[in-house]
Design a protein around this ligand. Sequence first.
Ligand code: SF4
Length: 398
Amino acid sequence: MRNRKEALYKEIELRSNIGVEGVRFDPNIFKSVLEKDANIAASHNCMDFSLDDTTNVEIPGGFRLDHGIGVQLNKNYRSPYYLEEEDGTIYLKNDGVVLSKIEVTKASPIYGKNTSDGTSMKTIVAAGDGQYGDKQILVAYSNECALKDKGLDCLFCNINATKDRFAEKEKIEWKNPKQIAETVKAAYELGYNHLTITGGFIPERREVEYYLDTAETIREYLGTDTFNGTACIGAPQDISVLEKYKEAGFSTVGINLEVWNKDFFKAICPGKAQLCGGYDNWIKAIDYAIQVFGVGNVRSNFVPGLEPKEYLLEGIETLAEKGVVATAALSWVPNIGSKLEGHRTPTPEWHWDVQQKIYRILRKYGRTFEQVYNATPGAILLHDFYKVEDGLLLHKNV
Ligand code: SF4
């Protein structure tokens, strides 16, 4: 069992490294799996993390390594990691050494369904493959952010560029509450059990009405008062509004600071800083959210690599101590169309160290896997640490 745990840790580190470096491959190696099931192809409902342009090719959303750790497939021709097919099997390699056999991530069964107006549910949610308990769904209600029009979009974000490149091809549009509710109902009937709703800034900050309408419609479709959902929101100017999200049926909220240091926040997230009452109001909103939703039911996500490690970990520790699920879902990669495109992120070693430290901080303050699962949008790397340490991955095919 010890060997399996060590092997799993190696795979988590590999996942972290590939999250930073991407992977190179000839897209033709995926031809046969995509011919068998076209729904395996990645869709781009929100942001794109490949460093190479993939608009003219179909590639899967990800793959699993030998021991089951899932990896997002981000293309980067400069990466030291590469995929090669031999006799129908695809291997992950580095410098000629086989690191793992890979299994392309299966398409969620929800992707084969349509809403009553004929919209493919694949354009509405990103859903886990269901393996190893990955049963979360993510709805990006909009695939654009109004901050761009004011020149205030976050420097690391490429949501609008992703829309320009993929939306027409993949038929991705704004989602209405009915489409979302039908999709959530279908997913929950298939065994999915957590929903996150997110999206870019809506002009004039009309997100409250949108979220409340959507929550009401979901409750109507499910016939329940609550639905284990996370509303991912900007800090409201009037923080009492947070109570409305709770009353509407959301069980958790995500209020993503992205960077901790106040000056970095102003520089990296100018729109979040200027239009939501300033940095101090973000902190106030997080504090109040803890009062409304309770310890372990508020998440704040950070993008590691944008500020010194010392600042980031100070932020994680400060928030975790208050009971916040402070996360770093994805390492910063200077992706296509973001203002920081062409820059460099810190080394894979820097990122691996940060991910391990974040996990230890959350454990130190008593956050459980269940809390982290119910406050995050998908199977992020942090889940892997919890699953390994809680014995949830020690047997294959759980
Ligand atoms: S608020 Fe920032 S991170 Fe969120 S969608 Fe807009 S630009 Fe992107």
